[in-house]
Design a protein around this ligand. Structure first.
Ligand SMILES: Nc1ncnc2c1ncn2[C@@H]1O[C@H](COP(=O)(O)OP(=O)(O)OP(=O)(O)O)[C@@H](O)[C@H]1O
Length: 314
């Protein structure tokens, strides 16, 4: 049985549906990503999972429990990341961990949790004096202090510098390795591609895609983009006929070819046979970013296409 199930979820604000028929399930031990543009309905969805909001239609189960009716039991097995405003600036790291551990039936040892998260020498420091990365590590510790089976982490690394972000990513991987299921809300595609086993993409309140990052990339984006400047002109028809080639575009002397690994191999063979050199050859694998841009934007204010995004290769 999945640990978290969301079925036909609908939530309206002032009669306007902001989540509309969203369904997915999260298996025990996964890192499951909820992705989508700003205002897509991600936070509303996970707040329904946490029992903080009541669905207008559809249902949610966490370990078989209704998060609204069974709020106290669900709170014991689902750790949630606090928002910054929920902690007093004057509370120390140690006080916060001790206080929150008292809410749970089977709390973790908060001192060793603090050590695992690199906060052991911050225990006496006030929350308001922590760096952004330290605050996020404290929020992770507070989400884990009740020894939950699953944690909800909502835009955990927004605003962190690249090094702090990587540290937090490693901590999220450690959480999964310890057997805790992670429901991760993010709009950072690099984060989702690195961490998530599966993702749900929400756009305009509806489910736009569900699958592993690799599945979404292969379904939605051209897997490989090849750009080069040939030393002599090449007939477009010959390039279009290369195995796996999906499209060819020539802009002045520059050629951009969308295809697969097979296309790259065949292109190199063709170029060698014709004794043509490929100037400024660039080969890029499609990323979840490309798939995301292809999948979303129908409902958002600023649509962009995967091809428009890939043009920066040329
Ligand atoms: N309490 C509320 N009352 C009215 N509208 C709300 C409320 N909370 C959220 N909304 C609206 O619902 C929509 C979805 O919001 P939500 O926070 O779930 O999106 P999100 O995908 O998490 O966005 P972001 O990435 O910007 O955080 C938005 O248009 C938002 O303005």
């Amino acid at each position: 049985m999945p640990l978290i199930e969301v079925s036909g979820l609908r939530k309206e604000y002032q009669g306007r549906p902001v989540v509309d028929g969203v369904s997915f399930s999260v298996e025990e031990g996964e890192i499951f990503g909820v992705l989508g543009p700003n205002g897509a309905g991600k936070t509303t969805t996970v707040e329904c999972v946490e029992g903080l909001r009541t669905p207008d239609a559809g249902w949610v189960r966490v370990a078989g429990l209704d998060p609204v009716a069974g709020h106290d039991d669900v709170a014991q097995l689902l750790g949630a990341q606090l928002q910054e405003s929920q902690l007093q600036p004057k509370i120390t790291v140690g006080e916060a961990l001790r206080m929150y551990s008292a809410f749970y039936r089977q709390p973790a040892d908060w001192r060793s949790l603090a050590a695992k998260l690199g906060l052991q020498d911050r225990l006496g420091v006030r929350f308001g004096r922590l760096s952004g990365g330290q605050k996020q590590r404290l929020f992770i510790a507070l989400a884990l202090v009740g020894s939950p089976r699953a944690v909800v982490l909502d835009e955990l690394t927004t605003g962190l510098d690249p090094r702090a972000r990587r540290t937090v990513w490693e901590l999220v991987e450690d959480i999964r390795a310890s057997g805790v299921t992670v429901l991760l809300v993010t709009h950072l595609m690099e984060e989702a591609q690195r961490l998530c086993d599966r993702v749900a993409v929400i756009d305009g309140g509806r489910l736009a895609a569900l699958g592993t990052p690799a599945e979404l990339i292969s379904q939605k984006a051209d897997p490989t983009v090849i750009a080069f400047t040939p030393s002599q002109p090449l007939p477009e028809a010959e390039l279009s006929a290369l195995p796996g080639a999906r499209s060819v575009r020539t802009q002045g002397p520059r050629v951009t070819l969308h295809g697969t690994d097979e296309t790259v191999d065949a292109l190199l063979t063709t170029l060698a046979r014709r004794r043509i050199t490929a100037g400024q050859l660039r080969v890029k694998d499609a990323s979840l970013d490309d798939a995301f841009l292809d999948l979303t934007g129908n409902a958002s204010a600023a649509p962009r296409t995967a091809h428009a995004h890939q043009e920066n290769l040329t």
